[in-house]
Design a protein around this ligand. Structure first.
Ligand code: F6P
Length: 359
């Protein structure tokens, strides 16, 4: 048996722990393991395909990033091809991926990625490839799994930032607005905001009104609390408003969202008269050492993915359905996007201890 691993989409702490566990579990079965570099690029002659041995994965479980490299512009079914006039056109190179994998004697692949990458896996499986998926995203927005690895690390990174902002906000009687990742889902903002005792949490799932946000800040001031912490997910938007976008994205890439923190900081200062500062936590949330929880989950996913290959569960992904790791069809996980449920107990608890969602 010869299997190949690849990592696609934005990186997340824990990818290397998945790779290590999958490689060691597969080698233990006497299989051969290859690593496809930078998503599917290695299978398109745009990057390498390397042998993965126990030496290749030594000492990597605690490292952020991915030893295989990754990309969020690597969809082989919609590969952005530069035209002679400098523009880009999407071309379908999935046939090349399948042919090259066959030529390299790859019997099956384990592909680690978020909803975009899992969608590619489903398409390639429909075309006959043997793929098992492993869900990954710091945003925790893949359905069918209680959580994805990388999320816990990102929450803890955001939490540390919120804790630090608290002391400086309080010293200066300022409002601090911190923007965290979460294009479509506000899990990082919600969890880090609640754990970090934020005063206002803004998420894509609950449209906000600036008047309500300022009401909360003014009410705190009236009660003698002259500073406030606002945690906002990059994909949050005001009622009837648009999600903000940052500069142009690269060909083949989703639009980049963000910039909301500075916009609302400006409005808060204008409306409340309180000195307001903002910061964007950005890719710090994607880097660094995975937490123990993420390392363990990633390791369990890696081992389970190899067992799924053994059981020929093509088109399935591993998932946490506590307390077990199970496999579910990728199509099922992709049926709907996972988002914060506004009636969830985490939201209820946050509201009942006085946190405003600006609604
Ligand atoms: O991994 C998902 C995510 O963290 C989003 O929340 C964010 O918008 C995006 O990645 C940014 O990715 P990049 O800057 O790598 O394109």
């Amino acid at each position: 048996m010869r299997i190949a691993l690849s990592t696609g989409g934005g990186d997340a702490p824990g990818l290397n722990a998945v790779i290590r566990a999958a490689v060691l579990t597969a080698l233990g079965r006497g299989w051969e393991v290859l690593g496809v570099k930078r998503g599917f690029a290695g299978l398109l002659g745009e990057d390498d395909v390397v042998a993965l041995t126990s030496d290749s994965v030594r000492g990597i479980a605690h490292q952020g990033g991915t030893i295989l490299g990754t990309t969020n512009r690597g969809n082989p079914c919609k590969w952005p091809k530069r035209q002679p006039d400098g523009s880009y056109r999407d071309v379908d190179r999935s046939g090349e991926v399948i042919a090259n994998a066959r030529q390299m004697g790859i019997d099956a692949m384990i592909v680690i990625g978020g909803d975009g990458t899992l969608g590619i896996c489903r398409e390639l499986c429909d075309k006959g490839m043997h793929i098992v998926g492993v869900p990954k995203t710091i945003d925790n927005d893949v359905a069918g799994t209680v959580t994805t690895f990388g999320f816990d690390t990102a929450v803890n990174t955001a939490l540390e930032a919120i804790d630090r902002l608290h002391t400086t906000a309080e010293s200066h009687d300022r409002v601090m607005v911190i923007e965290v990742m979460g294009r479509h889902a506000g899990f990082i903002a919600l969890h880090a905001g609640l754990a970090g005792t934020a005063d206002v949490i803004l998420v894509p799932e609950i449209p906000f009104e600036m008047g309500k946000v300022c009401e909360k800040i003014n009410a705190r001031a009236k009660a003698g609390r002259h500073f406030s912490i606002v945690v906002v997910a990059e994909g949050a938007a005001s009622r009837g408003g648009e999600v903000g976008t940052m500069g142009p994205s690269m060909p083949g890439q989703e639009r980049r969202v963000g910039g909301i923190a500075s916009r609302i900081a400006h409005l808060i200062q204008e409306s409340t008269g309180k000195e307001t500062r903002s910061l964007v936590l950005g890719h710090i949330q994607r880097g660094g050492t995975p937490t123990g929880y993420d390392r363990l989950l990633a390791t369990r996913f890696g081992g389970a993915a190899v067992r799924a290959v053994e059981q020929r569960k093509w088109g399935h992904m591993v998932a946490l359905q506590s307390p077990h790791i199970v496999t579910i069809p990728i199509a099922e996980a992709l049926r709907e996007a996972k988002q914060v449920d506004p009636s969830h107990d985490v939201v209820q608890t946050a509201r009942q201890i006085g946190i405003s969602f600006g609604d």
